[in-house]
Design a binder for this molecule. Structure first.
Ligand code: HEM
Length: 217
C-alpha cells in the first residue's frame, strides 16, 4: 500500500524537485565536460581522416596550445563572472575547466616533445635555453603542475583552505606566462596574442580592484 499520509506527500514533493535539480545539474556537468573534450575529439577526427592540413605536426601542437590557453582564460574569467552576475552557477565548473586546460597543456607539450622534436633531448635543452617563447611556455606549464596536483577535495583539506587558496594564486602568473609565450612565438600578426593579453589585463584589473577595496577576489 502506498504511504499517502501528509508527511509522505510532503517528503515526495520535496524529493521531486530535488531529483529534477540533480538531473539538471548532471546534464549541465556532462554538457560542460563534453564541450571541453570536443576540441580533442575534433583533433582525433582530423587525424583519422587525414584532415590536418599541409603541416600536421604544427596543426596538432598549435591546436592543443590554443585550447590550453582558451580554457585557462575561461577558468580565470569564472570568478569575475560570478561577481558580475551575482550567481555562483558557473563557478562549480572552475576545477573541471582548469583541469581540462592542464590536460591540453600536457598534450601540447607532449606533442611538441614526442612528435615535433622526436624525443631529441639536446634539441629540447637547446630550445629551453635559447628560444624565449619555449622558456616562458615551460614556466607557465610548471606553474600549472602544483595546481593540478592539489585540485582534489582531499588536497584542499590537507593543505587547509588558506594555504590552498594562496597556492592557487599561481594561476595568475601561469595565465600571464602562457599569453606571453604565445606573444613571443608569433612573428608577424600579433592580433590573437594581444586579444588574450587584453582579456587577461581586464580580468586581473577587476580582481585587483576588488582586492584594493577589501573584497574577496
Ligand atoms: C600552459 C602552458 C602552455 C600554453 C597555454 C601554451 C599555448 C600555446 C599557444 C596558444 C600557442 C600558439 C598556437 C597558435 O599559433 O595558434 C603555442 C605554440 C607553441 N607552443 Fe605552447 N603553450 C604552453 C606551453 C608550452 C611548452 C612548455 C612548450 C615546450 C616545451 C610549448 C611549445 C610550443 C610550440 C613548439 C609551439 C608552436 C610553435 C610553432 O608552431 O612555431 N608550449 N603554445
Amino acid at each position: 500500500m502506498p504511504d499517502t499520509t501528509l508527511t509522505a506527500r510532503v517528503r515526495a514533493d520535496r524529493a521531486g524537485p530535488t531529483r529534477a535539480l540533480l538531473t539538471r545539474d548532471r546534464v549541465e556537468w556532462w554538457a560542460v565536460f563534453t564541450l571541453c573534450a570536443l576540441p580533442l575529439l575534433a583533433l582525433g577526427w582530423w587525424t583519422a581522416t587525414g584532415a590536418l592540413g599541409v603541416n600536421p605536426i604544427e596543426t596538432i601542437v598549435r591546436h592543443l596550445g590554443d585550447w590550453a590557453l582558451r580554457l585557462l582564460v575561461i577558468t580565470l574569467a569564472l570568478t569575475p563572472l560570478r561577481h558580475l552576475t551575482r550567481t555562483a552557477r558557473f563557478i562549480r565548473y572552475r576545477r573541471m575547466i582548469g583541469l581540462w586546460a592542464f590536460t591540453y597543456a600536457c598534450l601540447h607539450v607532449l606533442a611538441y616533445v614526442v612528435i615535433d622534436i622526436g624525443l631529441h633531448w639536446p634539441t629540447l635543452l637547446s630550445d629551453l635555453t635559447k628560444r624565449p617563447y619555449i622558456m616562458v611556455g615551460m614556466a607557465a606549464f610548471v606553474a600549472l603542475i602544483p595546481l593540478a596536483a592539489t585540485s582534489t577535495s582531499g588536497m584542499i583539506k590537507r593543505l587547509g583552505g588558506k594555504r590552498w587558496k594562496r597556492l592557487h594564486r599561481l594561476i595568475y602568473p601561469a595565465g600571464a606566462l602562457a599569453a606571453a609565450h604565445y606573444f613571443l612565438m608569433v612573428k608577424a600578426d600579433i592580433t590573437d596574442p594581444m586579444l588574450y593579453i587584453s582579456i587577461l589585463v581586464l580580468l586581473y584589473a577587476v580582481r585587483l580592484g576588488r582586492w584594493q577595496v577589501g573584497k574577496s577576489v
